[in-house]
Design a protein around this ligand. Sequence first.
Ligand code: WTA
Length: 647
Amino acid sequence: MAEIYAIPARVQEGGQQPISTMGAWLEARHRWRNDPSAFWLNITQSTIAWSTEPTVGLNGDYYSVKETPFSWFEDGQLNITESCLDRHVETQPNKTAIIWEGDEPGDVRKISYRDLHGSVCQAANCLSSMGVKSGDRVIIYMGMVPEAAVAMLACARIGAVHSVVFGGFSADALRDRIEDCGASVVITQDEGLRGGRRIPLKATTDDAVSGDSPVSKVLVYQRTKADIGWTEGRDVWWHEAVEASAPVCEATIVPAEHPLFILYTSGSTGRPKGVLHTCGGYITYTSYTHRTVFDLRDDDVYACVADVGWITGHSYIVYGPLANGATTLMFESTPLYPDAGRYWDMVERHKITIFYTAPTAIRALAAHGSDPVRKYDRTSLRVLGTVGEPINPDAWTWYHEVVGEGRCTIVDTWWQTETGGICITPIAPVTPPKPGSATLPLPGIEPVLVDPETQTEIRGPGQGHLCLGYPWPGQARTVYGDHARYISTYFSAYDGLYFTGDGCRRDADGYHWITGRIDDVLNVSGHRMGTAEFEAALVSNNAVAEAAVVGYPHPLKGQGVYAYIVLQDEAMATIEADLNGTVRTAIGAHARVDLFQIVPGLPKTRSGKVMRRILRKVAEGESDKLGDVSTLADPSVVEAIIAGAQT
Ligand code: WTA
């Protein structure tokens, strides 16, 4: 395929048609370029249940966003749960909406669309009885149980705004998020269960809401029946309050741009940002991308093994699949419990047709060889997806050859919390793949590569900073409570473009190869964390004077975390475990520094700025390629750092 931009103009109806040939992809792309608003209005009107259909597509652009968020479908009104539930209850009430696979293999629940609708209405009524109103924020801090999805949809049912916090986060991290969004209710469970380990979700919640907190009610789902602390008047059992509520709850109709959820994500600087997504555009985009990318069919059994605490769980376990009336799987356990065959055991038992996971899981499983895979029947599989980090060609090939028996389509999907849904990806089974490439943009997405030196667009093949040139309905609208931060993070690097923070190469066929973050964001096993968060946690330890954290290539995790530490007291030999304890308390169990180096000082410019470029090179084992060091205030620091390098 040659240059993707040289396509003759052609307008055609029917944006909701599946893309079944590369010609149809080109045609859809062109139809979108010709009139983006008409393209997306056509899709949303034909696929989403609106109370009042929108007549306006996009309002605003990447310049006016500096004053006001852009909007999609602004005169439309809806409640997205009617797209996810009510219309399916009318047409396919007995179809399984959620297959839940618990921590122990074979611990399974199947929930029909009718039952899911009933549970969501009960939970919505329960939240209303606790005083939650449209626009109020509710924190969901749970493991992978169906009730987490019920809680999300229940918020949406009454116009409340959920913020799911991944169950691995610490009490400090949970408290920060509760305070930032001013949540009045937390929904949690007694304990989570993962790989045979118990996760004390209620105890952590108790910690996070102790003292002065905006939280007045804690709704607790009972998962393990563990003994837990209980605060009368504040804590409420799910099985008492929700199950006693009426199973009918009229959906609160809201404007298209009403907020749906806030999801906190790490950036280069400061604390995690509350990325805000809104109702009409998000549901349009997640349902469109879910059915288009995965070639969704009525009888598919679709399994995304992410966690609802991350955007992948929001868009491709809950909202996209349910809007499409699909059967979606929720998985409570880990890929290695009880052994490395767990995913494929599930594929055989549930006859999974579409399977979506992350490169870090694929690499971990490939390290166990092909026997645990071949033990199970995988003939049901048709499409295999990957997301979260660049996939190395070896892992891609193992996924394709061993898991997919060489006959399944692999879709390497590039996107972000901020993009709401998949942006650059093959379309199954149409796009010719190249192992390691996210390939081509979906219709509606305009990748722009910018040369950071010249600040000019690279046309055709080249490598640069990945930006996106035009808004799409699923794009985040703002950072909750801090629009200025949204602008400075995404719209100030390059005028008129959305800056993704990723580097990217485009080859002569127009295929995109994501090279990873170019900012100070780490991607460790697909978990997105800021170097600034690690540094803030490390220096909060009394023994540390200064800290600088960078990433380095790690064979299993993608990136490892490398910390340079200046100690207050050189005698602290057992400091590392202590420091990681501090990190765990501040961020959560998934965050850990892999390598520490005690250094006499950090390499700084004469104006006092830390020269991370040098730290990155040393961490990557490339001390001989430091480049220009003439601006260093004290070159002897660098010599000491190189001498003590850990990689
Ligand atoms: C990275 C996850 C390469 C990228 C949905 C992005 C990827 C960050 C891919 C967003 C992919 C995601 N190939 N890199 N297919 N998918 N990334 O917000 O660096 O948790 O900016 O969203 O993950 O991470 P986030």
